[in-house]
Design a binder for this molecule. Structure first.
Ligand code: ADE
Length: 225
């Protein structure tokens, strides 16, 4: 998968893809992330990319022209399955959307900053608008990192044990069951007998039961879906 990201603060996007599972995905040739500085597409003095909003009010807006130029340039070279704008008023990202996007070939992600981007860019170019939750970040960059991480680990071949994504929280609208590692007893707290039994049916049944109980207690809304 190739992911292009357009941002006014490209440095915010360097580190998250350079480590751990995202790095492994890149090393295996399964995920390529390319970050583009919006200022490189500005024809104005000082590489200006934002301006005051019509109608007044606090906060700058990313202007149409540099964004259109950047998107046109990238679209002339790659065919994107989705052009995604990260915004708090988008659809909330969930595991189902991450699963669906992990099967795509090329994604273009636009990060807003300040008050956001000119509405006309949304009308003309954006095919999907995603939020990572009901709170406002300084820009879309951290949200884009969250999105690419959630998608990247689902690309077939990225995780060592292919089944491990299948047992993540949310994959069946259930939270994941508790997990333990050595030692079998820590400060008087014991690992449940079922997990030490060596009986796979017993272990699976215990995990399913725990997942259900945890979901019922913490996220009953998931069970209603
Ligand atoms: N940009 C600012 N806040 C955001 C959020 N919650 N999700 C996605 N993009 C954002």
């Amino acid at each position: 998968m190739r992911v292009d990201i357009i941002s006014v603060v490209p440095d915010l996007l360097n580190s998250p893809f350079a480590h751990s599972i995202m790095k492994r995905a890149a090393d295996k040739g399964l995920l390529e992330v390319h970050v583009h500085n919006l200022r490189d597409y500005s024809d104005l003095r000082n590489q200006q990319v934002d301006d005051y909003q019509f109608g007044g009010g606090a906060g700058m807006v990313l202007m149409c022209e540099p964004l259109a130029k950047a998107i046109d340039d990238l679209q002339s070279r790659y065919r994107y399955d989705e052009v995604i704008y990260m915004t708090p008023d988008g659809k909330t990202l969930d595991q189902r959307t991450a699963n669906r996007l992990s099967l795509k070939e090329n994604l273009l992600i636009i990060c807003g900053h300040y008050k956001g981007i000119d509405e006309r860019i949304r009308e003309l170019y954006i095919t999907m608008e995603l939020s990572i939750g009901d709170y406002v970040l300084s820009g879309g960059e951290l949200a884009a990192c969250v999105l690419v991480d959630a998608i990247g680990r689902l690309i077939p071949g990225v995780l060592n044990d292919e089944t491990s994504a299948l047992t993540d929280s949310f994959q069946d609208n259930l939270l994941a069951p508790p997990v333990y590692t050595r030692p079998a007893e820590f400060r008087g707290l014991k690992v449940p007998d079922e997990l030490l039994s060596g009986n796979h049916k017993k272990i699976d049944d215990w995990r399913t039961q725990q997942a259900l109980e945890r979901t019922k207690a913490r996220r009953p809304d998931l069970l209603q879906e």
